[in-house]
Write a protein that binds this ligand. Structure first.
Ligand code: LER
Ligand code: MN
Length: 281
């Protein structure tokens, strides 16, 4: 009988806002201590600039608190700095890839995964889909090769249509990554996006099977699990069926505030885990 993963991670940043799905704010070392105190086994880093990731004391604190860095988000490269992996300019694509390299170097030091979400950019109204896929393919090939040499896993996220206008579903991302023969590239599924895009969240997870490398949990309104209407018992059962052993990272809006949301998220998910076990065995 498969056992469900018990690796929970919380999103952290040097600067959080009501509109971005990050829960804890502050210096990495302080956030790591808080994450441990609230019962998480890892933190996911959301920093607008890799240079702001101060590793000086982080190693000691990570070791003392026996906590890991599960993932490093790269979305700021596009959202803030406007560099994308599919830009028509070779120079901009190269700059975007080089920015990802900076995060990969940190991921290598922290034994973490790199998250490729919004940095893939958006298609223009008149862009040809095949050309866009081929640009993304080329950029991903280059950066996954770099990450592979540094022993860093990479995950590509399915994101809802209102934020990214292609690669919105689990199947689209899975099919895309299967065109690669790169062993360090897997799918990231986020329940908030899935609630918008998928016919069935559970089936979409099952479709990914062992290609699923990372999971973001947030409820239908992007608040903590339990504050909306996604049935997390079913989601947990789907993860169990495919024997998912990766991280469940809480990428939720800090509502009513980040600390309350982080505590509610972990408390509710542990309860749903127990219920899922009783219902589905
Ligand atoms: C990134 O993981 C994500 O889910 C996007 O919606 C960024 O907000
Ligand atoms: Mn996400």
């Amino acid at each position: 009988m498969n056992r469900i993963t018990n690796k929970y991670s919380v999103t952290i940043s040097d600067c959080i806002s009501k509109k971005t799905p990050v829960l804890l704010e502050g210096k990495i070392t302080d956030c790591i201590k808080k994450a441990k105190q609230y019962g998480f086994s890892a933190a996911e880093l959301h920093y607008s600039d890799p240079k702001k990731i101060d590793l000086s004391d982080a190693f000691d604190v990570l070791e003392n608190e026996s906590i890991s860095v599960s993932g490093i988000a790269t979305g700021a490269i596009y959202v803030i700095h406007k560099l994308s992996l599919i830009d028509e300019s070779n120079t901009i694509r190269k700059k975007a890839i080089e920015r990802v390299y900076e995060y990969v170097d940190i991921a290598n030091k922290l034994s973490s995964t790199i998250i490729i979400g919004c940095v893939r950019g958006n298609m223009g109204a008149n862009d040809d889909k095949e050309m866009i896929y081929s640009r993304l393919n080329e950029s991903m090939r280059i950066l996954c090769k770099y990450a592979y040499k540094k022993n860093v896993p990479v995950v590509l996220e399915a994101i809802n249509r209102y934020e990214n206008n292609y690669l919105n579903t689990s199947l689209e991302v899975k099919n895309f990554i299967e065109t690669f023969e790169i062993p360090n590239l897997k799918v990231l599924l986020d329940t908030f996006h899935m609630n918008i895009e998928e016919i069935s969240i559970e089936k979409a997870m099952e479709v990914c099977g062992d290609k699923l490398g990372y999971v973001h949990f947030a409820d239908s309104n992007r608040y903590y699990p339990g504050a909306g209407h996604i049935d997390f018992k079913k989601v947990i059962n789907a993860l169990k069926k495919i024997n998912y052993q990766g991280y469940i990272s809480f990428e939720c809006l800090p509502w009513p505030d980040g600390i309350t949301a982080a505590n509610k998220a972990i408390e509710n998910i542990k309860r749903y885990m127990g219920k899922a076990e009783r219902i589905y065995g």
